[in-house]
Write a protein that binds this ligand. Structure first.
Ligand code: APR
Length: 247
């Protein structure tokens, strides 16, 4: 863990006081929340999109026109999950929910780690890759059938994960609930996202309260936040927890 400067400690103290005073806090996470669990993010130097064009594997075009490539990509991502687990940062957020310090988490992540770590109020804005459905008849499919490259057992159609592909709209209920929560929030804490993807990158601005950003790279977005902490999600959440419990 890196040495803490005076400014770091001041910022951690400030965010801890905002969390204590807030009556309604929303956390918004991205792929940077899961890299410490061993899952690559998308746009960092060793992220998924460094060597893969997302439109060729994670879009409605890929699903329609190159299903084998689409399926191989998601089978690989599903299999990656088998060896990865939520880290202590996920567990801290779940504990903050239990203690009434966080109202809900809206995540762009599809790994289910917030729920696995114990968070109950989670909105999956980009769906998940833990369940599948048939693209042709919409019946729920079996994840094992998808991994084994079998077709839909009801109609013989193409199985696909319940992930939001480029070109698809976000799940209405999750997005609506997230927007309502952020509009009510005294505090929104954005963790581990480049905020490059619409419409999630518009959500923090709905907050009339305070906005904090925790990210390895804060240069581009820090001016849009009341507080920006440069650092790893897990370490920073652990340090905030220490400041929350030191009084
Ligand atoms: N701690 C904090 N920040 C981190 C960490 C970490 N351990 N690891 C990476 N980051 C930061 C990176 O610096 C980057 O700014 O997290 C951010 C991850 O950004 P992206 O890779 O763009 O991921 P995300 O913002 O979640 O992407 C949004 O794009 O491709 C689509 O559907 C996909 O949900 C995804 C969406």
């Amino acid at each position: 863990m890196k040495d803490m400067s005076m400014e770091d400690n001041r910022n951690l103290d400030l965010l801890a006081s905002w969390i204590r005073e807030s009556k309604y806090t929303v956390v918004l996470t991205g792929a940077g929340m899961s890299t410490e669990s061993g899952i690559p993010d998308f746009r960092s130097k060793d992220g998924w999109w460094k060597n893969i064009d997302p439109t060729t594997v994670a879009s409605t075009y890929a699903l329609e026109k190159q299903y084998d490539l689409f399926r191989d990509f998601y089978i690989m991502r599903i299999n990656t999950l088998k060896y990865c687990k939520p880290h202590f940062g996920h567990k801290i957020l779940a504990d903050w929910e239990k203690r009434g310090l966080v109202h809900c988490i809206a995540t762009q992540n599809v790994d289910g780690f917030h729920q696995e770590a114990g968070s109950k109020n989670v909105y999956e804005l980009h769906g998940n890759i833990r369940t599948v459905r048939c693209e042709d008849c919409s019946d729920d499919g079996k994840l094992e059938d998808f991994i084994m490259k079998k077709n839909c057992s009801s109609c013989g159609g193409r199985l696909r994960p319940n992930v939001v592909l480029f070109g698809e709209s976000l799940p209405y209920d999750d997005l609506n609930s997230t927007m309502e929560a952020i509009r009510k929030a005294d505090l929104v804490i954005v963790i581990g996202t480049s905020l490059q993807v619409y419409p999630v990158n518009q959500l923090p601005d709905l907050c009339k309260g305070k906005k904090a950003y925790i990210n390895l790279d804060i240069d581009f977005h820090s001016k849009y936040f009341d507080l920006a902490l440069k650092g790893k999600a897990g370490d920073t959440l652990l340090n905030i927890e220490k400041h929350l419990t030191k009084y």
